[in-house]
Ligand binder design. Sequence first.
Ligand SMILES: [Zn+2]
Length: 285
Amino acid sequence: MKIKIIKKNDKNILNLKKADNGVEYFSFDALEKYSELIQGFSTRIGGVSEGPYAYMNLSFSREPDNKEGVLENYKRMAKALGVAENSFVLSYQEHSTNVRLVDKSDMGKGVLYERDYRNIDGLITNERGITLGAFFADCIPLYFYDKEKNVIGLAHSGWRGTSKKMAAIMLEEMSKNFGTDSKDVIACIGPGICQDCYQVSGDVYEEFLKSFGKEDVESFFREDGKEHFRLSLWKANEKVLEDAGVLKENIFTSNICTACNPNLLYSHRIMGEIRGNLAAFLALK
Ligand SMILES: [Zn+2]
């Protein structure tokens, strides 16, 4: 059955790919022209998990979904993307703004081996053959590619991370470790919850006011009754990237919302805790 994808605009941002093994994943149009990159954002389609986890759950911690099934999902994902099964290095997300510099010694961590780190919401590397991975079900994936220095970064940015400007922290870490200049960076803001689907309370608004000017905050939030707002994490991340020096023409924002597309994507707001996790992947060939 073909699932109809609901998009927020007509722009050609994400292409849905179908691999020979049946795995369907999104690919950023803006990154496809860089042949040294492998990138993708998973959908629910093409895995072996069942029930509320159906089908492509990529998180080992969403019990009781069985771990063998998730491992098989990673094998299928590796094949679909064209990366080695032992190349994955996964985040350990706790809504922090901590970034890990990843190297070959990390390969397999999170899939084949236990992670020997905690509290990591961003990963960066300049080494080839490593597949960075992070998890999502409404929060915002951020992809970074420094096309001059050949450095990649992948981050998880929910409202907490976005309010603390995770995107800018990623760029700082890329700059500190590899000399990245934001002007050379292509930044992609991936599928996540859209403004229409994302109601938040006044304390989230207050949290943003701690690190953004009032005018900016008012451009991210739309009032929605007493003490409630609708928040655009896409817009807020665009602003952080622009302020950090990424050129407007190098920022590409998803028009696909997880909550608008629950048959295709997992959404925490729609499904609650009993669900699978999507994953974002980025690698240098
Ligand atoms: Zn939506």
